[in-house]
Design a protein. Structure first.
Length: 754
């Protein structure tokens, strides 16, 4: 018998999360009465290259119970971090995960888990929150999981700062840490682990440190600082046939106070998840804001599953006590429809206090009027910072994170303005995207693609009402960066996640191309090549040759069946083609199937068509089929009743619900009631995700959804045939079609879904 474990509450202790204030115990919790699954061993490998770091956590989990359990590991990441891979031990060897469409990943995991074999699934839940499911963690045994994430480092007083939380709460049987630092001219400084010592490596500018301990218990994080570059730098990386670049541009950290409008709109997220926000810190920020405002008006809108009516509150001499009491009495409840509100023309700027976790409605975020700004303020430990950033920066505002321990810092950011990016273009570049338009602590990062070996980047920066242009060369001999392509993909994903419903196709393609979990893609590990083949999921590279060989031999879904389906459809197409080319009359409906005891409906007289001018197309008349006697009703068939025009419904072959009528039942017509009964089989309906999406899209959005999905299926096996048939008398003796036939031609399009 198998049992599922519940979530891991303290995975935050393993990952860099800014707002984690207390130590957490990293255990896979189990069902009531079971001993929690514990983290037995941890190996950490970190490589720091310039301002970017990649960290791999090699975790060994032990199940002390007498039954196998499913492990569920839930954790958030900081806004500057991105999952770039994970792996699971299969047969004593780590197997890398591969990307899969999110809904398909869940279906496959559940199906394989029921068979009792080894699947693992890592998926993004909401915002920068993730969930890892592993089955089984055997009774009295262990499972090994690797999780790899990348992050961009922040400059602090001329140094890059890398922080690694090491407070796990429980003692670890085995712990090891390896840190490698590339491209630095001085020895890195480490704080938090006294025994961690860096030594210079063989390569120029490379330093490495190693630490291994048994019965390890840490009291705090590890901080590593290394010298930061003070001049602009450009890096490149070749990835999947494209050349990516990452540019880092130091900018001034000076800030200037900005003027505040007389009328401010306050958007207060009052949904259920708002209860986890640091409201006291948010109110402290508003204290400073209204003290500077002095005199003015605040228009409050509470956001839940639907917005409440706008309430107006005066601010006089910095006193906003009435509004403060209103906010303190907030009952956080309901769903989050953060886009369901309307900007008012008299408002100068909006302040949105929210975690960005929208879970109700798919409306696009409202567009502000020219001159209006939106500032998003987030104090929650778990938030959708990508969505909040995109919403705010679209209208010239920004996202401000509120530290519960230092709300005054957030207030200073809200009340002042620094250097920010207002435009960018390049020579020999494309797909430019910035990490943020407001450089974090004086460093602007921009990524993109190079069409050749080199290019030029042009940035327009603004501060205090004035602008300046900065040009940065992207030379052919730029140093290689191991994560330049991943940084570009991460920046682009954050842009797209602002409106995920509108850009689902591109989000899915990015997740699949770069192996990143997103709102549309997950990462999955399966046990055997046959499992990858059965569910049509491309395996890791080392198993790709065997996968391709088996698929070419006809194994897997759609192997022999696919070829049979193609042959059947091709034969049906040829049969239909011959029918159209035949010269017998075609405007007469075929006689209805004879049903025992039924009275056939009268048929209209046949109207012969002109004979075909091309005798070689004449075919022998088809042999009439002898219809079998009526059989017992099909179990899955059902009787439907149509109220209006029963004869027309019967003749056209459709009932009122739009289903095809296969046969009529004698003796069930009633002239008095005007009703007619028949048996109908439910019509086939496609349920592919892209078809479901376009069906649910409104008339004003369906074309945009089509354009978004189209690149995903450019090389798919879905194909179509178009047959152009001229009207009678329009075919020349040489079998060519005249130009005048286009307005009267008949088009037949056959879609073959493989």
């Amino acid at each position: 018998m198998r049992y599922r474990g519940s979530r891991l509450l303290a995975a935050a202790g393993l990952f860099c999360v800014v707002h984690v204030a207390t130590a957490a115990t990293s255990l896979m919790q189990t069902i009531a009465g079971e001993t929690p699954i514990g983290l037995q061993s941890l190996q950490i490998k970190s490589e720091i290259s310039g301002s970017t770091a990649e960290t791999t956590l090699h975790m060994v989990f032990h199940n002390p119970n007498r039954r196998a359990l499913e492990g569920n590991l839930q954790f958030p990441l900081a806004p500057n971090q991105q999952i770039v891979g994970f792996a699971l031990d299969i047969g004593g060897k780590m197997r890398a995960a591969v990307p899969v469409e999110k809904s398909k990943g869940r279906e496959v995991f559940e199906a394989i888990e029921r068979r009792g074999v080894d699947p693992a699934l890592l998926e993004a839940t909401q915002g920068n929150n993730f969930k890892l499911r592993v089955f089984p963690v055997p009774a009295g045994g262990t499972r090994v999981v690797d999780v790899t994430y990348s992050e961009t480092l922040a400059p602090r007083r001329g140094e890059w700062a890398y922080r690694l939380p090491l407070d796990f709460g429980d003692e670890l049987d085995n712990f090891s840490l390896d840190v490698k630092v590339d491209g630095t001219g001085s020895t890195p400084k480490a704080e938090g682990l006294r025994d961690l010592v860096f030594e210079k490596g063989d390569a120029s500018g490379t330093f490495a440190a190693h630490l291994a301990q048994r019965h390890f218990r840490s009291a705090g994080p590890l901080d590593i600082r290394l010298r930061a570059e003070s001049k602009p730098r450009a890096y490149v990386q070749e990835f999947h046939g494209s050349r990516y670049f990452l540019a880092e541009v130091p900018v001034s950290t000076a800030r200037h106070e900005r003027s505040l409008p007389h009328v401010v709109g306050l958007l207060w997220d009052s949904s259920g998840s708002g209860a986890s926000r640091r409201v006291d810190a948010e109110l402290a920020v508003l204290d400073a804001y209204f003290a500077k405002m002095g005199e003015g008006e605040v228009r409050l809108t509470r956001l839940r599953d639907r917005p409440e009516a706008v309430k107006s509150f005066p601010v006089s001499g910095g006193d906003w006590s009435a509004l403060r009491r209103e906010l303190e009495q907030t009952a956080f409840d309901g769903a989050s429809a953060l886009s369901d509100w309307k900007p008012e023309p008299g408002v100068g700027e909006y302040l949105l206090f929210s975690d960005g976790l929208q879970n109700y409605g798919d409306d696009a975020f409202p567009a502000l009027a020219e001159g209006q700004r939106l500032y998003a303020l987030d104090s929650a430990a778990s938030a959708d910072t990508a969505r909040l950033t995109a919403w705010a920066e679209r209208d010239g505002g920004r996202l401000i994170r509120i530290d519960q321990q230092a709300p005054a810092s957030a207030a200073r950011e809200l009340l002042s303005e620094g250097v920010h990016l207002v435009g960018m273009h390049g020579d020999g570049t494309s797909a430019l995207v910035a990490e943020t338009t407001f450089p974090a602590q004086g460093l602007l990062r921009v990524a993109g693609k190079l069409s050749g070996n080199e290019g030029m980047l042009h940035l327009t920066l603004a501060q205090d009402g004035s602008t300046a242009q900065l040009d940065l060369a992207l030379p052919q001999d730029a140093p290689n960066h191991p994560l330049a392509a991943y940084d570009w993909a991460a920046y682009r994903l954050r842009e797209l996640e602002a409106e995920p419903d509108a850009r689902r196709g591109e989000i899915r393609r990015l997740g699949q191309d770069f192996g990143m979990p997103s709102s549309e893609t997950s990462l999955i590990v399966l046990e055997t090549v046959q499992d990858y083949l059965r569910y049509d999921i491309a395996p890791p590279q080392e198993y790709r040759a065997e996968f391709d060989r088996l698929r070419a031999a006809g194994f897997g879904p759609g192997g022999t069946e696919r070829r049979t389906q193609i042959d059947r459809l091709a034969a049906a197409f040829r049969e239909r083609q011959q029918w159209w080319l035949h010269s017998f009359p075609k405007n007469v409906e075929p006689p209805p199937y004879a049903v025992q005891g039924a009275v056939a409906a009268p048929q209209p007289p046949a109207v012969p068509l002109s004979p075909s001018p091309s005798p070689q197309f004449a075919l022998a008349a088809p042999v009439p089929m002898e219809m079998p006697k009526a059989a017992a009703p099909v179990p899955d068939a059902r009787v439907v009743v149509s109220d209006a025009q029963p004869d027309l419904a019967a003749r056209e072959g459709f009932n009122r619900s739009g289903e095809v009528s296969r046969m009529e039942i004698a003796g069930t017509s009633s002239a008095k009631e005007g009703r007619h009964a028949g048996i109908a089989l439910k019509r086939w309906s496609a349920n592919s995700p892209y078809i479901t999406r376009m069906k649910s899209a409104g008339a004003d959005k369906v074309y945009a959804a089509y354009l978004d999905e189209k690149p995903s299926y450019a090389n798919s096996s879905t194909s179509f045939f178009v047959l152009l048939l001229p009207s009678p008398g329009k075919l020349h003796p040489d079998n060519t079609i005249s130009d005048k036939t286009s307005t009267t031609s008949i088009y037949l399009i056959f879609f073959i879904i493989l």
